[in-house]
Write a protein that binds this ligand. Structure first.
Ligand code: C2E
Ligand code: CA
Ligand code: CA
Length: 665
């Protein structure tokens, strides 16, 4: 009625609530209340009835037996002819079965029916919550992917029921081994995920996982009676150490799982964050390089190659540089490693070839006759269409003779198919392009290569050039390479020549061609003309070409060079203001003097010219001392003595070469 009391009910009311009609007439519907809804709920309900004349919703009520059940209730206000509320009519149905279905559906949607573990969907909720919690708590979360090692054979041999039993048992064991707050989920066939929360330190999950692996390998008795055993592999990653999003954490755990499997199963592996960062950086670098190529940020620098005996400049090697917009000019060592095995290696190689040909064309037009060698990735050479494309490139630059292009080929495992490599090299040389084997001696199976590959030139690896002086073995290798090259009629060139002494030794060993910092550093193309103008070969190298000396007598040639730079330093000091430059070593510290007294006198002490050298060397030091003393008082007067130094140096040089002449064979 309008006062909210029950005026009448139908038989269905009695069936649902259990109350007879006479038990409820005149009473308030409150008698059905379960207490599940609060006062505010009912206030809103009445408000709606007054305002709109209707209400509809779900409500929990209690039946006569005291059981709480859900009902779907609609109430409508009935008005009389004056428009005043005369009655309310409520109709409801028991929706217990619908509610049950809902719960069931929820379970189906979030739990694995076989093991009752959370499924993938619920796992991703839990993982997100765990991440938020871990961030707040400042602890560590381990995300572990568990995969049974030998589950399929059990399914195959014992049937699916047995397989199911193993999965259920595994689920139970996993749950047993972790704490209540941890999550165990099943995300597919025999794959489970553990979320271990609130770890204090990284090692903490070691004990959990070891225990778990051990527990999982315990045999399982099947319903049919047989006993089976499984093991598991686990990949895990730690948050926040691995500071990525939820899905990526699972992917990383999966990568670690793969490694655990690779390493022989029945073990766990932690995802290697540092290694992954490197891999990521690697991918980023490749992307950057692709962009750099598109934006034309690469440039070639050129390093001269010369004949040390004549000073003739034979050509230049093109060396790649990256004009990085932020980091400046980058050397290949900073980016090239990312290229090998990447798709970009070939297009970049093509760019180098084209850039070198354009440069050759420009130099041709300026009247500069130079050859240019480019470094070619073996994989590039081995592209089936490389010779054809090379021919096309040359055809695009008809002014450039093919003979002025040289390809430097790094010996590497990529050349393992020697026959194929030899065919490609022959095809290039048929076009008139020379091929050199780079870094010879450093790579693998050098000799095998050399014999099978029809290259025209061998480049001695700079590691050997560098250590030739200190390391007798390196010296022997260099000598060996030079002899092999001579025996097979190949040209040989040494790279990385940094001192005049190295050049002398190379000349002595029979290698005339060289490239290195002591001759010139790699330079931009437009600096080359100026360099060519001022370049002259060191006199010691020139002299060496006509000398036939024994190795033991080489120090004499070296001394002449050493002495020359000493004199240069002395003159610089005297030409400068007093105290501006440090003077070169005197008497006892002088390397020349030390050699004269030691190894020099024991080898050459009997020779006629040796005494003269000693005397002149002595005079030189006396003169130096005198001029240096004078320089600190009257620099101008000391400077007039420079001519004397030069004259004495000439005399000393002559004395050295006269002695050398007596030693030639
Ligand atoms: P590489 O072919 O052995 O080139 C010689 C390297 O030694 C160059 O380094 C050069 O600057 C350096 N060098 C020259 N003289 C001396 C010296 O007296 N002392 C020392 N310590 N080093 C000297 P760069 O330019 O950094 O190139 C490094 C490597 O990168 C090259 O070694 C080559 O293998 C590769 N590379 C350079 N440009 C290209 C290119 O266009 N394509 C390919 N595929 N590789 C290239
Ligand atoms: Ca090279
Ligand atoms: Ca090299």
């Amino acid at each position: 009625d309008a006062g909210g009391y029950i005026a009448d009910v139908n038989p269905a009311f009695s069936r649902i609530t259990g109350y007879r009609r006479d038990e409820v007439i005149g009473r308030s519907p409150k008698m059905l209340s379960s207490g599940h809804q609060d006062a505010a709920f009912y206030a809103r309900m009445w408000q709606s009835l007054r305002d709109t004349g209707a209400w509809r919703g779900e409500i929990w009520n209690r039946n006569k037996a005291g059981e709480v059940y859900p009902e779907l209730l609609s109430i409508a206000a009935v008005k009389d002819t004056q428009g005043l509320i005369s009655h309310y009519i409520g109709s409801f149905s028991d929706i217990t079965h619908l509610k049950e279905r809902e719960v069931q559906l929820d379970r189906l949607a979030h739990y694995d029916p076989l093991t009752s573990l959370p499924n993938r969907r619920l796992l991703s909720d839990r993982l997100r919550q765990a991440l938020a919690h871990t961030r707040r708590a400042g602890k560590i979360l381990a995300v572990c992917l568990v995969d049974l090692d030998n589950f399929k054979p059990i399914n195959d041999q014992h049937g699916h029921a047995a397989g199911d039993q193993v999965l259920v048992e595994t689920a139970q064991r996993l749950r047993d081994c972790v704490r209540d707050k941890d999550t165990v989920a099943r995300i597919g066939g025999d794959e489970f995920v553990l979320l271990l929360q609130d770890l204090e330190w990284v090692e903490e999950c070691d004990s959990v996982l070891s225990r778990l692996l051990q527990r999982l390998t315990q045999p399982i008795r099947l319903a049919e009676g047989a006993e089976v055993a499984v093991s598991a592999s686990i990949g895990l990653t730690l948050f926040p150490q691995d500071g990525v999003e939820a899905e990526v954490l699972l992917r990383h755990a999966d990568q670690a799982l793969y490694q655990a499997k690779q390493a022989g199963r029945n073990r766990y592996r932690l995802f290697d964050v540092a290694h992954d960062r490197l891999v990521q950086a690697h991918h980023r670098l490749i992307d950057d390089l692709a962009l750099a190529l598109a934006k034309n940020q690469f440039v070639l620098h050129y390093q001269p190659k010369v004949d040390m005996a004549t000073g003739q400049v034979l050509g230049v090697e093109a060396l790649l540089r990256w004009r990085h917009p932020e980091r400046g000019l980058l050397l290949p060592a900073e980016f090239l490693y990312a290229l090998s095995h990447s798709e970009l290696e070939i297009p970049l190689g093509e760019w180098v070839l084209e850039a070198a040909l354009q440069q050759l064309e420009r130099w041709q037009a300026e009247g500069l006759q130079l050859s240019v060698s480019i470094n070619l990735a073996p994989r590039h050479l081995l592209q089936a269409d490389f010779p054809a494309r090379l021919a096309e490139s040359l055809a695009r630059h008809p002014q450039v003779p093919a003979a002025s292009l040289e390809l430097e080929l790094l010996e590497s495992s990529a050349l393992a198919d020697l026959e194929q490599a030899a065919r490609a090299i022959k095809a290039c040389q048929a076009l008139g392009v020379r091929v050199a084997l780079d870094d010879f001696g450093a790579g693998y199976a050098s000799l095998a290569y050399f014999k099978s590959l029809p290259v025209a030139v061998l480049k001695i690896d700079q590691a050997f050039t560098r250590d030739m002086h200190e390391d007798a073995e390196d010296c022997n290798i260099v000598e060996g390479v030079i002899k092999i090259a001579a025996a097979f009629g190949r040209e040989v060139i040494a790279e990385g020549v940094e001192t005049i002494e190295q050049g002398i030794l190379l000349l002595h060993l029979g290698c005339r061609l060289a490239q290195g910092y002591v001759i010139a550093r790699p330079m931009p193309a437009d600096s080359l003309a100026r360099w060519l103008e001022q370049w002259s070969v060191d006199s010691a190298w020139k002299n060496m070409a006509s000398l036939r000396l024994q190795r033991e007598d080489l120090p004499l040639v070296l001394l002449e060079t050493l002495h020359r730079s000493w004199v240069k330093q002395l003159i610089a000091v005297i030409e400068a203001e007093p105290g501006e430059l440090a003077p070169p070593p005197q008497r006892h510290a002088c390397r020349f003097g030390q050699w004269l007294q030691g190894p020099g006198s024991s080898r050459h002490g009997q020779s006629e010219g040796f005494g003269l050298i000693q005397a002149l060397h002595e005079q030189m030091h006396e003169l130096a001392e005198q001029l240096l003393a004078e320089h600190s008082q009257e620099p101008q007067r000391a400077r007039s003595g420079i001519a004397k130094i030069r004259a004495l140096q000439e005399q000393l040089n002559e004395a050295i070469y006269s002695l050398i002449a007596t030693l030639m064979y």
